[in-house]
Design a protein around this ligand. Structure first.
Ligand SMILES: Cc1cc2nc3c(=O)[nH]c(=O)nc-3n(C[C@H](O)[C@H](O)[C@H](O)COP(=O)(O)OP(=O)(O)OC[C@H]3O[C@@H](n4cnc5c(N)ncnc54)[C@H](O)[C@@H]3O)c2cc1C
Length: 482
């Protein structure tokens, strides 16, 4: 892998990039670049030396080729909503942000396919095909901002992942600009392709294979009927036990989400949906399919919830109420700003039957580190998102947040789970990767990466631990932790 880049970007290099993307596509003033200093993981920041905003694949290829010739590492970026520091600039001085590549290139409704550029916002895909009775299913809660390129890089999920799968299950092909500037097409729009599934390999590679410039997506028909329910529980344990009971009964809801009291209080204060703020936890259960079958399914879900201790179960009366319910859930992170000046969202997974145990562990870890932790997560997948509240100006709190985060992830692994459900490794969890993989596994992963990026210039300093690397020593997070 390439050594970390030390020199400043030369004037010649800058002029070359300006010739490719134009004045409008280049941000060099400090104030403009500062916006790009971090993503949603704010514990580490570094301002890129230069940001380019290409508008076409040719421009991306030109920029990357120029970077290759100058030996400059680069970091790809979409909307910057990532939660693991995946597009933290350091140690790459050049940021390539594809958010201006927003064209939907082709809609093939008969074959249920869409070809979209990497900067297209997730929710825009479903909006574009809704009138034809279709949707793009993976729906991260950030879907009104995050890009398809970012979704591909992180293999993102969302509330409806439980029944329909994550990004890789809806991704048929990728246009990828390799770190030497070659434009490569992976996959195909047809169902079964020959050879290695390179699209699958590239999905989730967190920008370390190059820059995704377009993706071919599978579209799904909108379900004939949808019923959304709100079940209210006295305790988190009752709510999480209900999650596995619903699935064990043979029902696979389209979505099964949980919010605990801390989050419900914040969400209610912000959006006034009518959530009970004295409840221990609430579940949002959505079932979909042929309309005729939904009342019986809803009755069965209600029965299971009540048998597991639900205080009440309410069915959204109409589309407006359903939309309001989802809006509150999907904006939950935004409401957390009411609780503390800073927060850090953890992301782990456990087998869903272990949810009661991991939630109890999270509570214990929070109490021991004197930190308030709220929980809002895709419960049906066993994918937890403890939100650790703190004040980043207080170094002691930062240290405790980091330690608590590590303990939560270690607890996930001890319960048979993993250190990330959907937010990726980025810089945040490089160390935790070692909890799951040994040296041989990591070496093999590095070799796969090297097939695409032999010089290690695409998003360096992410995913793989680099002991002794200069970023590790500089990073405030890791400084605080030692
Ligand atoms: C409020 C909130 C809710 C969220 N909810 C969810 C959720 O429900 N499910 C979920 O999975 N995630 C969720 N996320 C995390 C985040 O939105 C996703 O990871 C999303 O896919 C990131 O997209 P982005 O365009 O913002 O990517 P960025 O943050 O810009 O980048 C993320 C990573 O992808 C790489 N990358 C970006 N674009 C490209 C490209 N074109 N080519 C190659 N690499 C690229 C970057 O280098 C970086 O490593 C949430 C985040 C927030 C803030």
């Amino acid at each position: 892998m390439a050594a970390h880049y030390q020199a400043s970007l030369s004037g010649v290099f800058r002029r070359r990039l300006r010739a490719i993307v134009g004045e409008r596509g280049l941000l060099s003033a400090r104030a403009d670049r500062t916006v790009y200093e971090c993503d949603g993981y704010t514990l580490e920041r570094s301002v890129p030396e230069l940001v380019v905003l290409p508008e076409t694949t040719e421009q991306v290829a030109g920029v990357v080729r120029a970077a290759a010739q100058a030996g400059v590492p680069f970091v790809p970026r979409g909307a910057g909503t990532g939660l693991s520091g995946g597009c933290l600039p350091a140690p790459a001085p050049l940021m390539v942000c594809v958010s201006r590549m927003r064209r939907i290139r082709a809609l093939n409704l008969a074959n249920r396919r869409a070809v979209v550029e990497a900067g297209v916002v997730n929710a825009a895909v479903s909006r574009a095909v809704q009138a034809a009775g279709l949707q793009y299913v993976p729906d991260p809660s950030s879907q009104n901002a995050c890009t398809i390129g970012g979704n591909v890089a992180e293999n993102s999920g969302g509330p409806h992942t439980l029944k329909y799968g994550v990004t890789t299950n809806h991704l048929l092909g990728v246009e990828l600009v390799l770190p030497d500037g070659e434009v490569m097409e992976l996959g195909d729009a047809i169902e079964d392709t020959l050879g290695y599934d390179l699209t699958g390999v590239a999905c989730g590679s967190e920008g370390t294979f190059g820059i995704v410039t377009a993706a071919t997506l599978r579209l799904e028909p909108l379900p004939e009927g949808v019923t959304t329910m709100l079940a209210v529980f006295e305790t988190v344990a009752d709510a999480t036990t209900t999650v596995s009971r619903i699935i064990a009964s043979g029902i696979v809801p389209a979505a099964l989400e949980m919010m605990d009291r801390t989050i419900v209080e914040a969400v209610e204060a912000a959006y006034h949906f009518g959530f009970p703020t004295d409840a221990g936890a609430i579940l949002i259960v959505e079932i979909d399919g042929p309309a005729a079958g939904l009342p019986a399914l809803a009755a069965r879900v209600t029965e299971i919830c009540r048998a597991s201790g639900a205080r009440s179960v309410r069915i959204a009366a109409d589309e407006a109420e359903r939309a309001a319910l989802w809006k509150s859930r999907k904006r939950a992170f935004g409401a957390v700003g009411r609780l503390a000046p800073s927060y850090c969202t953890q992301d782990g997974v456990v087998p869903r039957t272990r949810l009661p145990e991991i939630l109890a562990r999270i509570e214990e870890i929070g109490a021991r580190h004197r930190l308030r932790i709220g929980n809002v997560f895709h419960a049906g997948d066993g994918n937890i998102h403890p939100i650790i509240l703190y004040d980043e100006r207080d170094r002691d709190q930062v240290v405790r947040v980091l330690e608590a985060g590590r303990e939560i992830l270690a607890a996930c692994v001890a319960l048979g789970g993993s250190v990330t459900g959907e937010h990726g490794i980025g810089v945040e969890k490089m160390r935790e990767l070692g909890l799951l993989f040994g040296g041989d596994d990591l070496a093999l992963m590095r070799r796969v990466r090297a097939v695409f990026d032999p010089a290690g210039r695409a998003n360096p300093g992410k995913i793989f631990p680099t002991p002794g690397g200069c970023v590790e020593q500089r990073a405030p997070r890791r400084q605080a932790a030692v």
